[in-house]
Ligand binder design. Structure first.
Ligand code: HEM
Length: 280
């Protein structure tokens, strides 16, 4: 039982045609196992988070009651991309698990929405946002080492408070970038095999082998996204993370959460101070 389905081309060559679709269940079950194990660990075994030092009172006083986290443009991107992602997962996989319907047109339309939103995000993040804030830095790696040592019961100082994004979020983003770009780039080429109003269908653009590998990459990244999206939604609705999910709706993070988890030197915020807003 392999992870790829093969066929014989008109020239007698064995070529991959797509992934074996039982992988849908492998991804869904892997996602589910992760959620269950994490929920049990968080409920019964996780220790309270401890960070190095305390935020100096002068720095804390400058932090507004609502800390700006996501601009309206960034939030719009997130929700448009989320809608496209769900539409793509539903149209791709429901027909494979026993709910047949004419899915291809809905699928490539959602694919175009995802592609345009990703391109927009790349430009927006590169030129208008702090483009480095989402990639791990030296402090993240050092703190991950400290957290690992403490987890294993070895002596180590507590980790520092986070910059704008904790390391886990940065790693998730990196993996979703890989999976997202894989489905996007392969999907754009795959559009030349289906009938669309944009160009004449051309299934001969690549050799059978290249097409097969492209469908396999599209499928592997696609099933990977099942597990990734499950994990993402699970964290978004965990009680202690709702304050972060709220920030993706309203754009701001509560001051208390910011002071507890973030370092004002690593994530500098601008806005009215708590004293000023208390005076309003
Ligand atoms: C969450 C993201 C996505 C998932 C889970 C996904 C999944 C899939 C799957 C499982 C297939 C069937 C492949 C096969 O038969 O081997 C497929 C086909 C296809 N996808 Fe996607 N895809 C995604 C994103 C995209 C994007 C972004 C585009 C376009 C830009 C796209 C365009 C297509 C096209 C044109 C086909 C071929 C349909 C055909 O040949 O009949 N997909 N997709």
């Amino acid at each position: 039982m392999g992870i790829v389905q093969w066929a014989t081309s008109p020239w007698g060559q064995d070529v991959p045609i797509h992934i074996a679709f039982y992988l849908i269940w492998v991804a869904a079950i892997a996602g589910l196992v992760f959620l269950i194990v994490h929920a049990i660990w968080a409920r019964y075994f996780a220790k309270a988070e401890v960070f190095e030092g305390a935020t100096p009172p002068q720095a804390a006083a400058r932090v507004p009651a609502e800390v700006p986290r996501h601009s309206l443009a960034a939030r719009l991107f997130h929700w448009i991309m989320a809608a496209a992602m769900f539409a793509l997962l539903i149209t791709a996989f429901l027909p494979r698990v026993g709910v047949p319907f004419a899915w291809v047109t809905y699928h490539w339309i959602a694919g175009i929405v995802l592609t345009v939103s990703i391109l927009y995000h790349i430009v927006h993040a590169t030129f208008w946002m702090d483009r480095w804030s989402i990639w791990p830095d030296k402090a993240d790696i050092e703190d991950a080492g400290r957290r690992l040592k403490r987890f294993l019961g070895q002596p180590a100082p507590p980790p520092r408070r986070f910059a704008k994004y904790p390391l886990e979020n940065k790693m998730y983003h990196a993996v979703i970038v890989l999976a997202g770009l894989s489905v996007m780039l392969t999907g754009v080429f795959m559009m030349s095999r289906v009938r669309t109003p944009f160009f004449t269908r051309n299934p001969y653009l690549f050799s059978d082998m290249t097409w097969g590998l492209m469908y396999v990459l599209h499928g592997l990244a696609g099933v990977g996204l099942i597990a990734l999206i499950m994990v993402h939604v699970y964290f978004a609705i965990r009680p202690e993370k709702l304050v972060i999910t709220r920030s993706m709706l309203v754009g701001t993070l509560k001051r208390e959460h910011y002071l507890e988890h973030h370092d004002p030197q690593r994530w500098v915020v601008e806005g009215k101070s708590s004293q000023a807003s208390a005076a309003d």
